[in-house]
Design a protein around this ligand. Structure first.
Ligand code: GNR
Ligand code: NI
Length: 185
């Protein structure tokens, strides 16, 4: 396992269209393991292979949502609420039947560090993908899962969340990123 460097804008590789996986081999399992380690370390809730420089149609997602604890949360409840890990792998994913209804989320991206902006996307989608063994899956998704899967699938087409913004807003985000980088340097 290894934590891999994450590509950031304006790296030209983030604009590459990724190619489908044809071999469900040990190399693919190794890539996915490294992607999870990189995503959890960042930390982020999703990662596309191209963000670590690999132009293959491979995504990992873990929304890392807090677990509903099995007791009442009274005033004596002062423990940290645990997060359950739910690692999910999507290989050669496709989106079917996006809803007419749209949803807005304030999105961020590990390749555009510490910048957030509202992005509108279909609220509900049906997704089809292969797992690490090549088995086909299909599922309806909504909420953050639908948003995150669409954000990750954009990466496979070389698209970033800032590409959904007006040119003015995109330039504002990129300027803020530049300023932050200069302050950190
Ligand atoms: O960590 C991430 N958070 C996030 C928040 C709202 C919408 C999408 C995302 S994905 C992002 C990680 C990332 O850059 N994936 O490509
Ligand atoms: Ni991203």
């Amino acid at each position: 396992m290894a934590i891999l460097p994450i590509l950031e804008v304006p790296d030209a590789r983030l604009k590459v269209v990724s190619t489908p996986v044809t071999l469900f081999d040990d190399g693919l399992k190794q890539l996915v393991a490294d992607m999870f380690e990189t995503m959890y370390d960042a930390p982020g809730i999703g990662l596309a292979a191209i963000q670590v420089g690999v132009p293959k149609r491979v995504l990992v997602i873990d929304l890392q949502e807090p677990v509903e604890a099995d007791h009442e949360h009274g005033e004596h409840c002062n423990h940290d609420h645990e997060v359950v890990r739910n690692p999910r792998v999507f290989i050669n994913p496709e989106i079917l039947d996006p809803s007419d209804e749209w949803a807005v989320y304030s999105e961020g991206c590990l390749s555009v560090p510490d910048q957030y902006a509202d992005v509108e996307r279909p609220a509900t989608i049906r997704a089809r993908w292969h797992d690490l063994d090549g088995k086909l899956h299909e599922e309806e998704m909504d909420g953050l899962m639908a948003t995150c899967l669409q954000h990750e699938m954009d990466h496979l087409e070389g698209i970033l969340f800032i590409d959904h913004l007006s040119r003015l807003k995109r330039q504002m985000v990129l300027k803020k990123l530049e300023k932050q980088r200069k302050l950190a340097a």
